[in-house]
Every structure is written in C-alpha cells, then in structure tokens.
Design a protein around this ligand. Structure first.
Ligand code: SF4
Length: 327
C-alpha cells in the first residue's frame, strides 16, 4: 500500500484499514515532508489554507471524583494545581470577550468533573446566555457526562459544541481510568449529539497505547464522525499516576499522528491541542499542513503559545487565521 493510495482513499472519504493507519505511523522519519504533503492535499480539499484559532479557559478546576491517570485534576492526583468551583458568569464573559478581541474563532470553557448536579448546569446555562449576549462567539464546553435534559438545557442556552474526548482506544481505556468506562464516553457523545450539539472528541497520544492503540483511536473516532478532533500529546506531570508511564514521543511521530488524524477523518476539524509546543518544538509550524485548528494561550493547567506568536506562526507558514470579530 503506498501513501498515494491512502491519500486517494482519504480524499474519497473511505475508511482506512488498520494496516493503512499503521503505515502512516510507521512512515520513515526522513519521509516526513512527503507524508505532510499528502496530508496537506486532504486538508486543502476541505479547509483550504484556513486555520481556526481557539482559546481555552479553565472554568472549573480540580476536585474530580475520577482517577484518569494523566489528569492533574483527578481525585488521585497529587499535582500542585489551583482548584476552584465554577467561575462566576462575569469571569467567563470577560474570557470570551478577550478571546474574541484576540481574533479567536471559538471560546472553550473546560469544567472538571464527570457528573454535574442540575444546580451547576443551571448556573452554566445562565453564563452561556451571558457570554452569547456579550461576546457572540462560537462556544464550546469541555465536560463530563450530561443527562439528556442537561444537554438540552445547555443547547437551548446557546452552547454550540461539547468537547468530550475518547482519550484513548477502547481496549486500553482501563489502563488510564477505572472509575468510568470508554463505552460511557461514547454514550455521552451520542446523548450530546441528540441534543443538537456539535461534537468535539479526540484523544491523547503517548499514554502508553503505542502505535496500534493510536491507530485504533483514530479508527474509532472515524465511526463517531466528530465535527472536531483535538489531538493532544501527553506531557507527564509530577504527582499523577501516569507520571512515569508515558511514551517517549518525538516531533516526527507527533506529526505522523496528526497526518493520520487527517487521513482517517478528512472532513473533521483536526486540532493540534495540548502538548503541541512541548513535543513538536521547532517543528510545530509543520503541523499546519495536517491540522486546520490550534489552541493558543495555554491549556487547562499548563501554559502554551501566546496568541500573538500563534497568529504569527500561521502567517509565517503561509496559512490564514480564521479571524472573527477582531476590534
Ligand atoms: S473526568 Fe476529566 S477532570 Fe476528572 S479526572 Fe478524568 S479527565 Fe480529569
């Protein structure tokens, strides 16, 4: 199987086989420009040279009941992070207004936790209404499980999109979390979609899933057809259970994983998310040949590329930021 065949299949929207996925991840490092060029052909068909820029705000931090081994906010993590309940509406509005002023096309609010009481969902719905009134920006919430009525309430309040990641492939899931299941995650995605929310769902590369696991993850995502797929690269954090278990990632492997995300999900937004700066280092501009979306200004509990540098990188690489509402 040649990369040309894989590219043609991707351009047609055909599902890739496991063997084809592995071929992308196993592609020789010295051929990185060839494979990026092939991924770019697919990216260009659906997204031209446009890059969405998104900003993330940690809206509710820590105190989570779950034991996701990579997460600094889990109940079993000893990492030193700031914990706080849902931020007041005024702070969320200020974050969204600032994201819009910076030129971001979407504002993402992340809430720790897996299940939420109706009181919190009501407060969040009020904040969403306030954000939509003041900032009029596309809005995503990164959250745990929602009951159908809760998903419905958030959608009616104006929420556009929900982020709920698969994180890793089904058979590896118990290695990273035992307090809930992969199937529950899939069910939650279905619940949110039924409420009319757009779906953002991706994963984390480098948790120990290996190439086979990464290939499975992208194949499973293809079945779910998310509107958007964030690809995170695992950064070990001291005090978390997976601190010493992550994989050693190279910039070349990370780029190949982004190419695979593109080939296997050609018309979904592919976002280079957490770990981009840390693992791709000086090669991160090349990611734009495969992805059409990036975060700027940092992640949940780790810093990231400042917005100005992100926009400059996009321009320097010959791509165009999708800017909305710059004042
Ligand atoms: S459910 Fe979310 S916030 Fe809680 S430990 Fe897992 S990843 Fe972290």
């Amino acid at each position: 199987m040649s990369i040309e065949t894989i590219t043609e299949k991707s351009l047609r929207g055909d599902e890739l086989t496991k063997q084809e996925c592995m071929e992308v991840l196993d592609y020789p490092d010295e051929g990185i420009l060839e494979i990026l060029d092939a991924a770019y052909r697919v990216r260009k068909k659906y997204f031209g040279n446009r890059v969405q820029v998104q900003m993330l705000l940690n809206a509710k931090s820590g105190m989570c009941s779950e034991n996701c081994g990579y997460c600094t906010q889990s109940g079993v993590s000893e990492a030193d992070i700031k914990e706080f309940p849902l931020r007041p509406a005024a702070e969320l509005v200020a974050g969204a207004v600032s994201a819009k002023k910076s030129g971001a096309s979407r504002f993402c609010m992340a809430l720790s936790g897996i299940r939420y009481d109706d009181g919190l969902i009501e407060k969040l719905a009020e904040s969403i209404r306030a954000v939509k009134k003041e900032a009029d920006i596309s809005l995503c919430c990164s959250m745990g499980f929602l009951k159908p009525a809760q998903a419905d309430k958030l959608k009616k309040a104006g929420l556009d999109r929900i982020n709920h990641n698969l994180n890793t492939e089904k058979n590896f899931y118990a290695n990273i979390c035992t307090t809930h299941t992969w199937d529950e995650r899939v069910q939650n995605i279905k619940t949110c979609r039924e409420a009319g929310l757009e779906i953002c769902s991706g994963g984390i590369i480098g948790l120990g899933e290996g190439k086979q696991g990464a290939a499975e993850l992208f194949m499973e995502l293809k079945k779910l057809r998310p509107d958007s797929i964030p690809v995170n690269f695992y950064i070990p954090v001291r005090g978390t259970p997976l601190e010493k278990k992550g994989e050693k990632l190279t910039p070349h492997y990370c780029l190949k994983a982004l190419c695979l995300a593109r080939f296997s999900n050609p018309d979904s937004d592919i976002r280079a998310a957490g770990g981009r700066e840390y693992h791709l280092r000086s090669m991160q501009g090349l990611a734009l040949y495969a992805v059409n979306s990036i975060f700027v200004s940092g992640y949940l509990t780790t810093g990231g590329q400042p917005a100005g540098e992100g926009f400059q990188m996009i321009k320097d690489m010959g791509f165009e930021a999708e800017i909305e509402g710059v004042e």
